[in-house]
Design a protein around this ligand. Sequence first.
Ligand code: DC
Length: 227
Amino acid sequence: MTEPVVIAIDGPSGAGKGAVTQHLAQRTGFHVLDSGALYRLTGLAARLDGIELSDAPAVAAVARGLAVQFIPTQSGNEPFEIMLRGVAVTDSIRTDQAGVDASTVAALPMVRAALGDRQQAFRQAPGLIADGRDMGTVVFKDALVKIFLTASPEIRAERRYNQLKNKDMDVSLPALLESIQARDTLDSNRAVAPLKPAEDAVVIDSSGMPLEAVHEAIWAVVSKVVT
Ligand code: DC
């Protein structure tokens, strides 16, 4: 039996993967995997349990046992209400600190292994749009389309700033830029599943592009193979 198709959207933090993923999901009717949310949820759950984020076996156990739900929303900024252990954490996993914690636990090979099957389970008919860092290089190596979406750190920090401001979060642009650069370094230099384009990925730099143009550039690639 052939597996449902996967479209992998990888790239660094703030490149616009989330918006592109939602756009593609609307156009194709495919399911969505926000793999970054799983790492963010693991970091948050470990903190709630009082576990040191460097304690790989304990954090991996948290990852394996994550009780999460992604409930589609009909309106609002977020496509899903995300529940951890029955409590809505949609906004609390989006803080900059939650991103740093996610990046820290994501560098642990045991944690990546623990989340592997959970990510595979999102692959269901009619297809999947998978958003992350290693969707095309590790988790869904056989993805039909692989996009690596990037932008300069300054532009990504500005986009993140606007997103978090929209959620009424107290953020500073210079601090966000520093955090994004630190996260890029951590995500790109880790031993397991580092952030890098797959050899067969189409690389799109969205730095000078309005969102509409990014959507169209990606649809031009996807629509050649997905009808
Ligand atoms: O996409 P995001 O900002 O929500 O991801 C948060 C962190 O999780 C990111 O800094 C690195 C990690 N991550 C990862 O290592 N692999 C993925 N597939 C997705 C996210």
